[in-house]
Design a protein around this ligand. Sequence first.
Ligand code: CMC
Length: 428
Amino acid sequence: MSDTAQLIIGDKTYELPVITGTEDEKAIDISKLRDQSGYVTLDIGYKNTGATKSAITFLDGEKGILKYRGYSIEQLAEKSTFIEVAYLLIYGDLPTAEQLKDFQYQLSRHTLVQEDMKKFFDGFPQGSHPMGQLSSLVCAMSAFYPDSLKPNQTAQEVNLSIVKTLAKMSTLVSWIYKKSLGHPYIYPRNKYDYVTNFLYMTFGQRTEEIEIDPVIVDAMNKLLILHADHEQNCSASTVRIVGSSDSNLYASLSAGISALWGPLHGGANQAVIEMLEKIQQDGGDTDKWIAKAKDKNDPFRLMGFGHRVYKNFDPRARIIKKACDDILEKLGIDDEVLQIAKKLEEVALKDPYFVQRKLYPNVDFYSGIIYRALGFPTDMFTVLFALGRLPGWIAQWKEMKENKEPIGRPRQIYTGEVNREYVDIDKR
Ligand code: CMC
């Protein structure tokens, strides 16, 4: 097969190289197109545009496949831990026992945050959204840890910023939760692994010792692994594009957190539970809400359904659904909202509207039910997504830097007014 594609514009033919990825994905390389022809391509929403070459995550939306660094999400969710997966994503290979021990040790040395950062928590009004807090706090880390601002950082210096971010993020997320309750902050304990420590800081009390249930640690590890990366999604692309201007790691990650916040992206997990609760309060008539989702004059969408890339099923949703059943059973929780979710899924999967448009439950459809069962308030859900996605964002940022990618700067097709004469204000 030819390794070039031909583009014919008028009487000119342009030869464009065809690129093939390691999973046999094909792309037409148009990087020289404008120089050669004067044309740009137009692809609003980037549905057909590859923004980079990446060796981190592969997904096949038609077949419902997701792999991190070549390992299937099913195997990683079953056998691995979040920290091992974080190492895999960031450094490229699964760690040896020695490397993992060292990584965990490094992380445990950096979980404390500068005491002055606590003043930010005092400044946020009670009830302010945790995602706004997290985005601000992560950006503010550049003020407290200015080493990240140094141009041309060595690999060791970059690595230190990476370790600090991973370690401190768990402390910041748990303190956001404590602030929402008005409870005192709980300091990290080095004797715990990353996930146990996070749960300890979140659900622990200064007044008494608590035992962290291994069932909950396991569920949390799974959830964080499933969210750890998802190739060039809205937030990962944001992190890469902000980082491409040589912005520091903290600023790039803070932008990624802001991108994740939207209900069409990570914010969907909060929106799903709010939707299910609304349906429950409304009497639980799922047919009525399915009809609303199908009505083009009604802005309502079935949250947790549909995906830009998965057009068969979301493999993360399948794992999460099972984990959800397991955890509710183990914790002895009978959640009416889960029954509504199951009914919605059953009806939607048979309905021609959803079938024709290939709309299936996505990862966010079930994650919120687990977070709820674990005791997290609804507005913390997207922050938990961010905690899970952090290694993916870091890996994407690091890869972009190592590949020395140029500043991201898309073109446009201008559709505005042409050549207007300035009119003085008294004549308008
Ligand atoms: N409920 C009802 N109709 C839908 C839905 C939905 N959830 N999602 C898509 N559609 C319809 C849409 O109206 C359109 O219909 P038509 O062809 O008649 O105009 C068709 O399906 C295609 O939709 P689209 O908006 O062009 O698809 P997209 O690829 O641009 O959007 C999406 C993907 C995820 C933004 C969208 O499916 C959606 O809004 N879903 C609900 C929000 C959600 O669950 N987001 C979480 C995504 S997974 C977590 C993550 O990775 O961020």
